[in-house]
Design a protein around this ligand. Sequence first.
Ligand code: ZN
Length: 421
Amino acid sequence: MKFFFSDSQDTVDPTFDFKTETRAEWRVRQRDDLYPHEIFGVTPYDGILVSKAMVDGNGSNGGRYSLAQRQRFWRTGVRSFFRLGTSLETMGDCGAFSYIREENPPLKPDEAVNFYETCNFDLGISVDHIILGFKPETDSDKENCEVPKEWRRRQEITLELAREFARLCRSRKVRFIPLGVAQGWSPLSYTHAVDCLQSMGYQHIALGGMVPLKTQSILQCLEAIANIRRSDTKLHLLGVTRCEHVTQFQRYGVVSFDSTSPLQQAFKDDKDNYYTMDRTYTALRVPQAEGNPQLQARIRSGELQQEQVRRLEDNCLRTLEEYDQGKISLEIVLENVLAYERIHHPKGDHTKAYREVLQDRPWVNCPCEVCRNIGIQVILFRGTERNKRRGFHNLAIFYAQLQKELASSALETERLNKVRT
Ligand SMILES: [Zn+2]
């Protein structure tokens, strides 16, 4: 089971100084900043997923890449752009989420093929259109349940585009492995899509639109697909992260999945910001007063004193550092963190969560490169350099969890085989 990390140009600056919060003057972002695979001894993924929408943008939607980055990507190809070794795989897709609200996908199969082939991807996903809904009850004849026309239309468009994509791949003898996308709204509709894609000659099929589905629903779809899936058809789950169920997915022919959520949770989740092998922790909110629009507005209106805010922020950072060095007690550091929080987030109360993480000091026990290098800074919800590093740490933990899960399932299979023989 391979894990693909979906790229959104997440890098960290190795010259960043956590004490002064400054960067080296000579730092050039594209040259010096590091991707997760350049930080860790063990790369926390098996491959990288890059979407064309991210690189090129589409229509009014600008991508995440600057013009210079985009040009370099097209010129050097995906492997060289990301400074990937030979062991990591590269998968390209069109970024269907970026045009989910549009009537039709804004790009043609020809453009996708061109992107994957020119940029030297190992695998390329056909153009698709996501269906916004899941209604398993439509599979039953008994219930009078109509399938929205728009859902059928999107499935047909996706299949039509996959047919054209397959034809182009064959006629141009492309070097990448093409994946057809199956979109559906129920176990049977997904099965229908997979069936069609197999008849078009696809041996690799990506299942799309499953991000919001409950694990049970995903399993029901996989179970239904199993009835028609050829033994050599390999499945990829687009955007699905369910580490504890990977071995179940594996039994149904799923060979890979992609996600960005271990990284994103570090700074987008309300509470699960820092992973460990057996639980998650909440990061300590210590926002930069200077760059915080709400705080600045309250200072301007006279509600808060600039000096007072700065003092609380400084005290917070200083005591956290001292706590990490074992110089002060938990109660003192906690009081300082909470005193600042009462100012920057008066309605929130993280007392319990903050006490837990400060007491347990999970960063001390984490062997990952990030935690070893920056210590307690990893648990601070503050600025992109800390938040992204915590995201990288989460990736490393997620990957370790995945490997553990896969290893224990392999052991179990071996044990069962021995029992049988
Ligand atoms: Zn760590």
